[in-house]
Design a protein around this ligand. Structure first.
Ligand SMILES: Nc1ncnc2c1ncn2[C@@H]1O[C@H](COP(=O)(O)OP(=O)(O)O)[C@@H](O)[C@H]1O
Ligand SMILES: [Mg+2]
Length: 506
C-alpha cells in the first residue's frame, strides 16, 4: 500500500516540488522519514500521531515509512506536517485523484493548522509544476492569493483537509480580500525639506539612474530626513515586483495579517550594531538579510562610520553582483539584492568637524581611522558622493516662501528618465545607467569633444580614480536622460562632476 501527496520545499527564496510517499509494512510499529529531511520534518512524527488521533483517526500500528522525493534535495520546514499526516490518513481508504492538488501546513497536537514561512514561493513552484489546487493554512491564504491560475483552498484544521482528500467535504475557494487600494499617500514629502535643493537634485539623479548615494554632513542638517523620503520618488511597484518582494518577506517570516502582501517599495534602515548575518543573510536554515529585504527598494545605512568594518566589507560583493550566495547543506542558496544604496555619515566621530560653532573633539588619529573606514572600497562603489551643508537661520529666512521640489514632481521626473533607460536597454541584461558595466559605458556614455576635454581637465585637477571616472560618465548619462536629451552635453558632464566630491579631502 502506497500513497502519494504533493508538496514543495524551500531553498533560499525558491520553492521546489516534492512528493511525499507513504508506505506501510508489516513489522514492529515504527515511523521513519527518509529523503534528506531536516530536524523540523523529523519532528513531524511527534506532532502528527496525536494530531491524527485527535481528529478521530487511527495511526497505523505497523511500520510507516515516509519517503520525500526527489531524495537528493535537502528539505526543510514544518509545512511538511500536513502532507505527511494526510499521506498516513489516506492509507487504506479509497483515494480521490490528487494529481493536481498540493498541500502545505504545520499541524498542532490538537490538529489545528498553523501558518508557515515561504507559502508564496512554495505556491509559485507548485503552480509552475502544474498544480491547480493548493490547500494551505488560512493564515497564508491572502499572501498566496496574489497569484493567478491556482486555486487557494485554506484550512484551519487537519480534519477539514482529511475530509477533503477523502472526498467527504469540498473546500471553498479563497476570495482575495485585497481590494487593490492605492498605496496611501505618503506623509513623507520632499516639499517638507527646507533648502537643500542641490542635495535633492543629487537624490533625484540617483533615483532616476539607480545610482547609490553617500551624503556626508554635520548632524541635524537633514540627511536622515531626506533619505526617508527617497522611496516615495521611485516608481510604483509592478505586479511582478510585488510577487518577488512578498516572496522574500514570506521566507523571512515578516508577513502578517496586517501586511500579507508588500505593496510599497522597501525602505530598510538597519541599526549600526547589526551582525553580518543580519545584513547579508544566512544561518543554518538560510534567511534573507537586510540586503535582500531592501531588494528593489532603498537600503539606508545611517551613520556608516558606526558600522563594523567587517560588516561594511561583507557588502561589497553582493552590491556589485546584485545577489548573495550562501553555501549550505550541499547546495548554493541565492538571495537577490538589487538595492539603491543610500548612506549618511557625519564628517567625523563627534560630528563637529564642519561646524563653525562647536569645536571638533576628535584627535587626528581618530579622524583618520574614521575616514579610512568610511571611504574604503565599499563607499568607492557608491556612485554619488556629496557634502550636505546645514541650513542656518539666515538661510531659513531667505528660503521662506520659495518654491520647494516636491515628491510628486521628483517622482514624475524619475519615471520619465527610467522609461527612457528601459527603452534604450530593452535588449540588454541591465535596465538602468547605474548598472552599466565598462562595455555599456563605452557604448552608451559617449561624450562630445568639449565634454571629453572637461573630463580630462577634471581628471588631473580632481585627481579622479578610473572608477570615479566611469561613475561620472554614468551619472552624466542619467542627467541627460532627465532632460530627455539623447546626447550627453557638456553641462551634463559638469553637473555629474559635482556629484563626485572627494570627501576625503574636504
Ligand atoms: N532642511 C531641513 N528642512 C526641514 N527640517 C529639517 C531640515 N534639516 C533638518 N531638519 C529637522 O531636523 C531634524 C533632524 O534632521 P536629521 O535628518 O535627523 O539630520 P541628520 O540626519 O543630518 O543628522 C529633522 O527631523 C527635521 O525635523
Ligand atoms: Mg541622521
Amino acid at each position: 500500500m502506497l500513497t502519494k501527496v504533493r508538496t514543495a520545499t524551500l531553498s533560499g527564496i525558491r520553492g521546489y516540488p516534492v512528493t511525499v510517499e507513504t508506505d506501510l509494512h508489516r513489522g514492529l510499529p515504527g515511523f521513519h522519514i527518509v529523503g534528506l529531511a531536516d530536524t523540523t520534518i523529523k519532528e513531524a512524527s511527534m506532532r502528527i500521531k496525536p494530531a491524527i488521533q485527535n481528529c478521530g483517526g487511527v495511526f497505523p500500528g505497523e511500520k510507516v515509512t515516509v519517503n520525500l522525493v526527489p531524495a537528493g534535495r535537502p528539505k526543510e520546514g514544518s509545512h511538511f506536517d500536513l502532507p505527511i499526516a494526510l499521506g498516513i490518513m489516506m492509507l487504506g481508504s479509497e483515494m480521490i485523484e490528487l494529481e493536481d492538488t498540493a498541500f502545505i501546513g504545520e499541524v498542532s497536537l490538537d490538529g489545528t493548522i498553523n501558518g508557515v514561512r515561504g507559502a508564496l514561493p512554495l505556491a509559485i513552484c507548485l503552480r509552475e509544476a502544474g498544480i491547480r489546487n493548493l490547500v494551505l493554512p488560512l493564515e497564508n491564504a491572502e499572501e498566496a492569493s496574489i497569484l493567478e491560475d491556482i486555486n487557494i483552498l485554506p484550512v484551519s484544521h487537519l480534519q477539514q483537509a482529511a475530509d477533503y482528500v477523502l472526498g467527504r467535504y469540498n473546500l471553498p475557494l479563497y476570495k482575495r480580500k485585497e481590494t487593490g487600494r492605492p498605496p496611501e499617500a505618503g506623509s513623507l514629502d520632499f516639499a517638507q525639506v527646507i533648502g537643500q535643493e542641490s542635495v535633492k537634485r543629487a537624490i533625484l539623479v540617483g533615483a532616476a539612474g539607480n545610482h547609490g548615494i553617500l551624503m556626508m554632513g554635520s548632524p541635524g542638517c537633514g540627511k536622515t530626513m531626506m533619505a526617508r523620503r527617497i522611496p516615495g520618488i521611485l516608481p510604483a511597484l509592478t505586479y511582478e515586483e510585488k510577487v518577488e518582494i512578498t516572496g522574500i518577506y514570506s521566507v523571512a517570516g515578516l508577513l502578517s495579517p496586517d501586511r500579507p502582501v508588500i505593496e510599497q517599495r522597501p525602505f530598510r534602515s538597519p541599526h549600526h550594531n547589526i551582525t553580518q548575518t543580519g545584513l547579508i543573510g544566512g544561518g543554518t536554515r538560510p534567511r534573507p538579510g537586510e540586503l535582500s529585504l531592501a531588494h528593489r527598494g532603498v537600503l539606508f545605512l545611517d551613520e556608516l562610520g558606526e558600522f563594523e568594518s567587517k560588516v561594511i566589507d561583507a557588502m561589497r560583493q553582493p552590491i556589485e553582483e546584485g545577489v548573495i550566495r550562501i553555501n549550505r547543506n550541499l547546495e548554493e542558496v541565492i538571495f537577490p539584492s538589487e538595492v539603491m544604496m543610500v548612506i549618511a555619515s557625519n564628517p567625523c566621530r563627534c560630528g563637529n568637524l564642519w561646524d563653525n560653532r562647536n569645536p571638533c573633539t576628535c584627535s587626528r588619529q581618530q579622524l583618520q581611522s574614521y575616514r579610512r573606514k568610511l571611504m574604503g572600497p565599499f563607499a568607492d562603489r557608491v556612485d554619488i558622493h556629496i557634502k550636505v551643508n546645514p541650513v542656518d537661520k539666515d538661510m531659513l529666512n531667505r528660503l521662506e516662501g520659495l518654491p520647494r521640489m516636491s515628491t510628486a514632481e521628483m517622482r514624475d521626473k524619475v519615471s520619465r528618465a527610467r522609461a527612457i533607460q528601459n527603452e534604450r536597454y530593452r535588449k540588454e541584461s541591465f535596465q538602468s545607467n547605474g548598472q552599466l558595466d565598462e562595455k555599456g559605458i563605452a557604448r552608451y556614455c559617449v561624450l562630445g569633444k568639449e565634454g571629453r576635454e572637461l573630463m580630462m581637465a577634471s581628471y588631473d585637477r580632481l585627481g579622479l580614480s578610473m572608477r570615479a571616472y566611469s561613475k561620472i560618465l554614468k551619472m552624466a548619462r542619467t542627467i541627460a536622460d532627465l532632460e530627455g536629451s539623447d546626447r550627453i552635453r557638456t553641462e551634463h558632464v559638469a553637473e555629474a562632476l559635482m556629484y563626485r566630491v572627494d570627501l576625503d579631502t574636504v
